[in-house]
Each structure stands twice: as structure tokens, then as C-alpha cells.
Design a protein. Structure first.
Length: 94
């Protein structure tokens, strides 16, 4: 999900909601309150969608890891190559 597109879409949806609410009610304060509630609900839905995508990806990775570890032979820690935790291309790491 591309964040700027989500925010622009959310603002567009809230604007349409606000116009429709104002036309139906004719009250500016009711329109503002209901639009704020709608904005909160949209954010809760967006947050829930992101949580669902993260959960789904974690589940897929765990399943893939389980499949690869079942098919691959057991490895010892001595087979691993030591790697430096720092990237030498960055100026503050020299």
C-alpha cells in the first residue's frame, strides 16, 4: 500500500462523505462530527488492513521456513560465515 495514495484517497472519501452529510442534514456541526467519526473509522480499518497483511506475510514466511527446514539437512553453526554488522560504504563507519 502506497501511503500518499492512501492519504489522498482517504481525504477524497472524507470530502465526499462531508458533502453528502451536509446535503442530507444541513448542519455544519453535525457534518464535522460525523466526518471526524468517519475519519477515525477509516484509520481503524487501514490499521486493521495493515495488521492483516503483516500477519499473512509472517504466516507465509513461517510456513516456507518450516518447509525448507524439513527438506534441508541439519546445519551446524560452524558452517556459517561471520559477517560484519557494519556497512563500510557509509562515511560514519570508517
Amino acid at each position: 500500500m502506497y501511503a500518499p495514495r492512501v492519504f489522498v484517497s482517504m481525504i477524497g472519501a472524507l470530502a465526499v462523505f462531508a458533502v453528502a452529510t451536509y446535503v442530507l442534514n444541513g448542519s455544519l456541526t453535525t457534518t464535522l462530527i460525523q466526518t471526524a467519526i468517519c475519519a477515525v473509522l477509516l484509520q481503524i480499518g487501514y490499521f486493521g488492513g495493515v495488521l492483516f497483511l503483516v500477519w499473512k506475510e509472517a504466516r507465509a514466511r513461517n510456513a516456507a521456513r518450516g518447509m525448507s527446514s524439513a527438506l534441508a539437512p541439519a546445519r551446524d553453526d560452524k558452517d556459517k560465515i561471520p559477517v560484519s554488522p557494519f556497512n563500510n560504504s557509509e562515511p560514519f563507519n570508517q
